[in-house]
Design a protein around this ligand. Structure first.
Ligand SMILES: C[S@@+](CC[C@H](N)C(=O)[O-])C[C@H]1O[C@@H](n2cnc3c(N)ncnc32)[C@H](O)[C@@H]1O
Length: 211
């Protein structure tokens, strides 16, 4: 029988309860900058970043129910009041539930690389999703991206170059998260695993242009 996963209600935003754009102030009980992490895994980035930046609110979007529960449990154990998790598809969530210009930063660390050519269209960093991420960001907001996959990095860089040529973004230096230790770019679980395997890490940071 499949394992039943119980999600910690205090830290979970239920996808089924949503109707239109999320009211960030109502969700967090205050008005503060909002940042989103896409594909949070076990929540390592969120735990460190939310503790380091208590004046910022964070939403982690994770497709896997098991990882979502693990991340929410860690957030609860650290008594972090400025983080919520949602178990859903990030592309769908951005499109349906994030109002224009309401997010300060989007973090995308080691998204699934989909290495086979016929699966490249499943990669999260696509033209459509870049368009959505930029719509959600406030002017001057950032997308911080890291991958161990050279081909995925090249795809992202090409898409970013088009956006830069159109004046929608500029490329800026990578913003190292608070949990990154010496020799790490992000400090996430996947980065630690990949570094042990001797893999390279590629990063890309885009800043949304101001009007
Ligand atoms: C390779 S793992 C990286 C996890 C974490 N960011 C890290 O660096 O340790 C990719 C994660 O993204 C999640 N994911 C994949 N597609 C997603 C989607 N469309 N929406 C939300 N999460 C997604 C997966 O379930 C997985 O936990």
């Amino acid at each position: 029988m499949p394992k039943k996963i119980v999600l910690n209600p205090a830290y979970i935003l239920e996808a089924e309860s949503l109707n239109g754009p999320v009211d960030w102030a109502a969700l967090f009980g205050r008005t503060a900058p909002v940042q989103i992490e896409i594909g949070s895994g076990k929540g390592t980035f969120l735990v460190h970043q939310a503790a380091a930046f208590p004046q910022t609110d964070f939403l982690g979007i994770e497709w896997s129910a098991e990882y979502c529960r693990l991340a929410a449990d860690r957030i609860a154990r650290h008594r972090l009041t400025n983080v919520r998790m949602i178990r859903t598809d990030a592309a769908d969530f951005l499109r349906r539930h994030v109002a224009d210009g309401t997010v300060e930063m989007i973090h995308l660390y080691f998204p699934d690389p989909w290495p086979k050519r016929r699966h490249h269209k499943r990669r999260f960093f696509s033209r459509d999703n870049l368009h959505q991420m930029l719509r959600c960001l406030q002017p001057g907001g950032w997308i911080n991206f890291a991958t161990d996959h050279a081909d995925y990095y090249e795809q992202a860089r090409r898409i970013a170059q088009e956006a830069q040529a159109d004046g929608r973004v500029e490329t800026v230096p990578f913003i190292r998260p608070a949990g990154a230790r010496e020799g790490e770019m992000t400090g996430t679980n996947y980065e630690r695993k990949y570094l042990k395997e001797g893999r390279a890490v590629y990063t890309l940071t885009l800043r949304k242009s101001e009007p």
